[in-house]
Design a protein around this ligand. Structure first.
Ligand code: 2AL
Length: 248
């Protein structure tokens, strides 16, 4: 089984962190390829960053289709390009936010999210609405850490996240915490040990969900709106997407 884990931002160090976390949790026999787009924002912290990164995600799914990937993980907490990516493949495509929300509701009735910056919290709020998890989430909290500080300023960032998780535990009346950034994928065990309640992290949750779907023989439905996009000319910088047809 080959899972292609796509880090939608272009910071290779973060892709490596995400890939290692995915490999640690993967079942024997699961191969993880961790990649980032050739171009785009180095971190995703706004609607603008998200919109641009989504195109890179689609390029990576198209490449994965040629290479025969069995499933895809979109490893950014805004799940950029998720539905568009699903149109391009029969394989399961899992966004780390939706994976974490699903997992958290299986082990608790209420959870809070601890994400990076306050301004990205609205992206998580929109996803909660869109996916139908609004009533399961008590609060979206921010540690006020720019995404790249997770790489550059590891210990300070970790301590800020732990502090915010402890506040969530003590103030929010919750049973679990969802970590709100792909770059937190390697911090789960440390945070769980410090905070003492279940910590759900989306990259690892996505790998296990992808394995489960493949094990069940389930992939993205091609019946209805997730059917392959109708081939058509695309102009200018998007000409490479012209007359796109399924690779398999
Ligand atoms: C993210 C994420 O997961 N990766 C990134 O670059 N930005 N989202 C976030 N809320 O921090």
């Amino acid at each position: 089984m080959h899972i292609r884990v796509i880090n939608p931002n272009t910071t290779a160090g973060m892709t490596a962190t995400i890939g290692e976390a995915a490999r640690r949790i993967a079942a024997p026999g699961t191969r993880i390829t961790a990649v980032e787009p050739a171009g785009g924002p180095v971190s995703i912290e706004s609607h603008f960053d998200e919109a641009i990164s989504a195109v890179g995600v689609l390029d990576e799914v198209i490449t994965g289709e040629r290479e025969g990937a069995d499933a895809y993980v979109i490893a950014c907490f805004g799940d950029p390009g998720l539905l568009a990516a699903r149109e391009l493949t029969r394989a399961p495509v899992i966004g780390i936010a939706e994976a974490a929300f699903h997992m958290a509701t299986l082990i608790s009735t209420r959870f809070s999210i601890v994400t990076t910056l306050g301004r990205t919290g609205i992206i998580a709020e929109h996803l909660l609405e869109q996916y139908g998890f609004r009533h399961h989430c008590r609060r979206v909290r921010a540690a006020e850490i720019p995404v790249l500080d997770l790489e550059a300023d590891g210990d300070a960032a970790l301590n800020r996240i732990i502090e915010e998780c402890k506040r969530a535990r003590d103030e929010d009346g919750i049973g679990a915490i969802v970590l709100g950034c792909g770059g937190m994928a390697d911090l789960t065990d440390t945070i769980a040990a410090e905070v003492g309640l279940p910590i759900v992290e989306g990259v690892t949750a996505s790998v296990k969900l992808a394995e489960a779907l493949i094990g069940l023989g389930l992939g993205t439905s091609k019946h209805g709106d997730l059917a392959f996009p109708r081939p058509k000319p695309m102009t200018g910088q998007f000409e490479r997407f012209s007359h796109l047809t399924p690779a398999r």
